[in-house]
Design a protein. Structure first.
Length: 130
């Protein structure tokens, strides 16, 4: 799956602009994180259609886009599970660039994990994800 990182000026309405643009083209946001850093708004989104997401948002000149691979990991929804997988990665010197919850249902939580590009395959093997 692809994560799209969207960087914008941290202006009022920046997230609304992104969400409306995607919604107008029928692109559903599956997961999102948003934060401010150095007066920039940074949004990380997962959608079912990364190609359309890049095309739609690429038309907005004030946005900078970065497309990256993420690893989706399913965990038991109980205390300590995230600690187990992040410890496995840390023990192998793999640094994470992003991690966030994608979905929760019943007794399962799905998280998106993005290690550095150089460590992507190593992380995938450690997490036993094909």
């Amino acid at each position: 799956m692809k994560e799209i990182t969207i960087i914008s000026k941290n202006d009022v309405g920046a997230l609304a602009m992104v969400a409306e643009a995607l919604g107008n083209f029928g692109v559903n946001i599956e997961a999102i994180s948003a934060y401010e850093k150095d007066d920039k708004a940074i949004f990380r989104v997962l959608t079912a259609d990364a190609t359309t997401t890049m095309k739609v948002l690429g038309r907005i000149p004030e946005l900078r886009l970065i497309e990256s691979d993420v690893i989706l990991v399913r965990l038991n929804n109980r205390p300590g599970e995230l600690g187990k997988i992040t410890r496995k990665l840390a023990n192998k010197e793999i640094n994470l660039e992003s991690l966030y919850i994608v979905s929760k249902k019943d007794n399962e939580t799905e998280v998106a994990v993005r290690p550095s590009k150089a460590d992507f395959e190593k992380a995938r093997l450690i997490l036993n994800i094909k």
